[in-house]
Design a binder for this molecule. Sequence first.
Ligand SMILES: Cc1ncc(COP(=O)(O)O)c(C=O)c1O
Length: 383
Amino acid sequence: MTLVSKLPDVGTTVFAVMSGRARELGALNLGQGFPDYDIDPLLTELVADAMRAGRNQYAPPDGVIELREQIALKLARCYQVEVNPESEITITLGATEALFSAIQAVVAPGDETIVFDPAYDSYDPAVRLAGGTCIHVPLRTPDFIYDWDRLRASVTSRTRLIIFNTPNNPACTAATGADLDELAAITRDTDILVLSDEVYEHVVFDGHRHHSVMAHPELRERSFAVFSFGKTLHATGMRVGYGIAPPALTRELRKVHQYNTYSIAHAVQYAIARYLFEKPDSWTALAEFFQAKRDRLRAALKGTAFELPPAQGTYFQLLDFSRVAAPGDIRFAERLLTEVKLATIPLTPFYKEPPPLAVVRLCIAKRDATLDDAAACLRSFRP
Ligand SMILES: Cc1ncc(COP(=O)(O)O)c(C=O)c1O
């Protein structure tokens, strides 16, 4: 039998590889982005309650209506927008499924999709599985800012979709209102759609606010916006996210979603709906919570040869090792793993054509003690 792979160049994700290696070596894991602390016990109780109440069979494919209503209320508060829970909100298996289903829904063979590198790793394979081609436009280093002229030059008559991610993983930058205006200008009077990955919407630092396509009337009309309760509730394993889009786009997304995952864990959806009802402000503390962690790690590494570029958002912090070792982030991440037992994530896998990189990504969604231990590991590194 000859098996022709549809994704011949794809291996295991860098996150799974690094987490596996960390377990193997007993290393501290600041690689993959997941919290190492508990979720709110109230949420645990609500999930248990929902299961005890018998919510253990298929949920409605578009999502439990109580949850969609809570999301609509949250969007109204966050972005002053009116979103119809019936026709514009779909509950998905994490943001990953919302991204995947949206891409399969609108990208056809021969279509081009533009992504900005470094790009979250699920975009490119999803586009290729849809038969499309991914056009990679790099952010301008060292600050990872948008090069709008380059984007303009990359748009062709075949461009179908632009995938945008703010706050950006792994660059740790947050788009400005002017960035969104550029995106709107480039897509104006075209059929190009936007897929906006906003899973870190509540993790924007230093008093800045998140600029969502939801709050940009022009972009809102042509965008899917994707969010994740994994990030907002510190519960990446619950696998609940959602996609928002105008009704015509939502209808297409749901056509894929119903054959992809059909519906999402009933009890968990119901529990999250009740949680949002009981704690409607829970997300307002997230920026401060993660900023304190970012600042703790930055303070703990002050005076070392490592530099910590400004992190505007997400639950990551980049570590610049250019004064410690030669560029080569994969090699350096391997050295940290084996020499000081610290797992990090190199940025090279987020690129189609990686430049020489002297940064690795650290996850700050960890207990303070874990961050202190990680700083001690880094301090013990000998060039
Ligand atoms: C930028 C970005 N998009 C999407 C996802 C996936 O989110 P989820 O875990 O809800 O599927 C992540 C997870 O780390 C992410 O960082």
